[in-house]
Design a protein around this ligand. Structure first.
Ligand code: MBD
Ligand code: FE
Length: 280
């Protein structure tokens, strides 16, 4: 009975999380539905006509779409190949920090700590120790005390707790509160590059197209403070071979960390200051 990190298992978890956490019942306005669904259907028809798609290809598409659902990989598929454009539209007005996609593996209400703190990890947690510190500020430069930093990331094997088996529930997930000066100090480990599951429908597509399945190593963050827009973003590590060809198109030059050897201890450290936009 050894639970394995299968696409279907992590997909089922991601699907369930999505249903629990996201507002999906809002009835969009009829004109908008007709416009957007109409354009999507027209775009697909244009491709069929222009590329002279065969019945063989049409049936392969149908079989694959059915499989995406069976593997629970709609959250993965959409977050990898579409969310980055939605994020771009949603944050284009901002003057503060660059955002990035949330992805399929966020879980709300992770254990809360006052800064400085160490994120929950196993006693034997593998990986380079990482001291992650900085300040949360407003766009006018003023520091934001009591801001909330939610951090989640993969382990040294590229797995996320609650989406892969045999990892403690809140492993490498935590909520950190900035101090009176808006500063934070978080001890964690450096995550590994992440390969999306290769044994499900998304992996099948990647193999069939001759693409790769990698995201560069990344930290996921949600930074918030009362009266400010929620910032959902990711931070990346210089030198990762996939920083310039992320499968999820979610890297930005402004989101690269500056990694230094840790002062007087093992591992590495980095400083990053978050800038939040006041709510309109
Ligand atoms: C991830 O870890 C991730 O961040 C995204 C966007 C998609 C799949 C896995
Ligand atoms: Fe991720």
């Amino acid at each position: 009975m050894s639970a394995q990190a299968t696409a279907a298992a992590s997909g089922a978890n991601a699907t369930q999380r999505f249903r629990e956490n996201k507002q999906t019942s809002a009835v969009a306005n009829q004109e908008r539905v007709a416009l957007l669904a109409g354009r999507l259907i027209k775009a697909a028809n244009d491709i069929v006509l222009e590329e002279r798609v065969t019945y063989e290809e049409y049936n392969a598409l149908k079989a694959w779409l059915i499989q995406v659902g069976e593997d629970g990989e709609w959250p993965l598929f959409l977050d990898v190949w579409l969310e980055h454009s939605v994020e771009e539209v949603a944050t284009s007005h901002r003057k503060g920090n660059k955002g990035s996609i949330e992805g399929p593996y966020y879980v709300p209400n992770s254990p809360e700590h006052n800064s400085p703190a160490t994120i929950e990890m196993r006693p034997e947690e593998k990986g380079t120790p990482l001291l992650f510190q900085g300040q949360v500020r407003s766009t006018d430069g003023s520091p934001l005390p009591n801001a909330k930093i939610e951090l989640w990331h993969a382990d040294e094997d590229g797995f996320y707790s609650q989406f892969a088996p045999n990892i403690p529930e809140w492993n490498l997930r935590g909520t950190f509160i900035t101090d009176e000066e808006g500063n934070f100090q978080i001890n964690t480990i450096q995550p590994a590059p992440y390969q999306i599951p290769t044994d499900g429908a998304c992996g099948q597509l990647i193999a069939a197209a001759g693409w790769h399945a990698w995201r560069p190593a990344h930290l996921h963050l949600k930074v918030s403070a009362p009266g400010y827009e929620l910032l959902t973003t990711q931070l990346y590590f210089p030198g990762d071979p996939h920083n310039d060809d992320d499968i999820a198109t979610a890297t930005k030059p402004e989101l690269m960390l500056d990694i230094q050897p840790a002062a007087g201890r093992q591992g590495v450290q980095t400083s990053y200051n978050f800038v939040l936009d006041p709510e309109a």
